[in-house]
Design a protein around this ligand. Sequence first.
Ligand SMILES: Nc1ncnc2c1ncn2[C@@H]1O[C@H](COP(=O)(O)OP(=O)(O)OP(=O)(O)O)[C@@H](O)[C@H]1O
Length: 237
Amino acid sequence: MATHPVELTVETRDLSRAFHGRAILSGINLQIPRGEFVALLGRSGSGKSTFLKALAELDHDVTGAGVLAVPQNKSVVFQDARLLPWRNVLQNVTLGLRGAEAAGRRMLAEVGLAGREGSWPVELSGGEQQRVALARSLVRQPELLLADEPFGALDALTRLKMHDLLRELCARHRPAVLLVTHDVDEAISLSDRILVLDEGRFVEDLRNDLPSPRTPDNLRFGQLRRHLLAKLGVAAH
Ligand SMILES: Nc1ncnc2c1ncn2[C@@H]1O[C@H](COP(=O)(O)OP(=O)(O)OP(=O)(O)O)[C@@H](O)[C@H]1O
């Protein structure tokens, strides 16, 4: 039987980055197959955002073979929505795209903002602004979605709703995802695979095959959480 090689969306080889002589990333090798949802955990300052910026091709000072493969069609979502205040919601979503009004409206409906196309960013809550940011990134049908703590500034309840939304959107549009997060439960509940970055390297790379619904009161969820917290050097409670 013929075996098909896995189609890779991301590949890095020996990717390294230092700031002022201090190594932050030390020879990182990573392959992300098409459509895989990867969560990246690590202590504050471990280099998660630095790695994400390298994949976003926003950092040209990496060394080693570096980023061997990354799609041109990729989107980045940050902790703050970064909407243009002088453009309405629909215009923010379709910014830079020609003839995308219908697609923008559809995507706004998908993120639960049908009817808000003409609103101004200032009229939206933080959670709604992040919904617009998600719509803006996904209307481009990216092969890779890079998300840097996208829900970090939201309250706990809104964050849980955003998890459901992101899960749904990713199941429908199937981008590969690299989600940087501090939140172990977020990583467990959303991802297919979890990486832990420490001292410039991945100290954990595990498949997350927990069945859904992934609720924190589930026994295996708790075991995985304890394992990851230990890797992060945090005592579980
Ligand atoms: N442009 C820069 N110039 C100098 N040092 C930098 C720069 N960017 C990042 N660093 C340093 O590199 C280290 C890693 O930063 P990075 O933002 O990647 O960490 P992080 O894991 O994303 O942290 P956090 O979880 O707190 O956001 C930090 O010590 C930071 O001070």
